[in-house]
Design a protein around this ligand. Structure first.
Ligand code: DGL
Length: 264
């Protein structure tokens, strides 16, 4: 039986979920959080779906059983596509949210939406994404753009600079003549390179990510399960990482302090 004073666990293949954690910690300052990044096995986005599912289930189970997480955020689009349905069946009593590319707000933002969806190869090939795309394909032009190699910059703490800029230019430039109205950051690592993406697409294209919506949904689910902490506590964040490289924890703390809001 979970307690109100137990922590909320936030999971990602590496550092990306910290972009979601930032929103959650701001929205629920009274809660303690454990952030677990699986940098040892990252990237997930170029593995098989079965491998991503196995790793995600293993780590979420550890967070529930060993760390007594009262609620779970799968702060990874890739892991969500591969495992969230099974996790809900395995742990029906635990409030659990996933993330998915924020296509809906990008589509409803304007009259003739032309939306680039940047995400990992696994996210874009999974059924969850195809279902989402099918919901909106008669209202919008949707261009899926797999970005293998992009999360690695964030995992190394590289958030700007020539090499990253060139990578993004090569990926995004072919779509600029589509007169994009929006870009969906469909991987939780990508908000950390938002400023570089913004310089390529210019000031008039909107950038969308699902972090705030996911944080709000988790808050709602925790309240519904009567697990909201109410003892006047000031929440803290504990970072954990599967990698033995201790610099990953330093990088996690650094990323948590970064301003990743939009600059258009
Ligand atoms: N952060 C992850 C996501 O949101 C994926 C990065 C990866 O491991 O490839 O999809």
């Amino acid at each position: 039986m979970a307690n109100k004073t137990d922590p909320i666990a936030v999971f990602d293949s590496g550092m990306g979920g910290i972009s979601v954690l930032k929103e959650m910690a701001a929205l629920m300052p009274q809660e303690d959080f454990i952030y677990f990044g699986d940098s040892l096995h990252a990237p997930y986005g170029t593995k098989t779906t079965e491998e991503v599912r196995r790793l995600t289930i293993e780590h979420i189970t550890m967070l529930i059983k060993e760390h007594h997480a009262k609620a779970i955020a799968v702060a990874c689009n890739t892991a969500t596509s591969a495992a969230v349905r099974i996790l809900r069946e395995m742990y029906p009593e635990v409030p659990l949210v996933g993330v998915e590319p924020a296509i809906k707000p990008a589509v409803f933002d304007c009259q003739h939406p032309r939306v680039l969806v940047m995400a990992t190869p696994v996210t874009l090939k999974e059924k969850k994404f195809h279902n989402l795309e099918a919901l909106y394909h008669d209202r919008a032009e949707i261009y899926p753009l797999p970005c293998p190699g992009l999360m690695e910059f964030v995992e190394q703490g590289v958030l700007d600079g020539e090499e990253l800029k060139n990578f993004l230019i090569e990926k995004i430039t072919p779509y600029l003549d589509k007169k994009l109205t929006g870009v969906v950051l469909g991987c939780t690592h990508y908000p950390f390179v938002r400023k570089e993406i913004r310089t390529i697409v210019g000031p008039n294209v909107k950038l969308f990510d699902g972090s705030f919506g996911t944080a709000r949904e988790l808050k709602r689910r925790i309240a519904e399960a009567n697990l909201k902490r109410e003892d006047g506590h000031r929440g803290a964040v504990t970072f954990m990482n599967s990698s033995e490289d201790r610099s990953k924890l330093e990088l996690s703390r650094f990323l948590f302090t970064q301003d990743i809001s939009d600059v258009s």
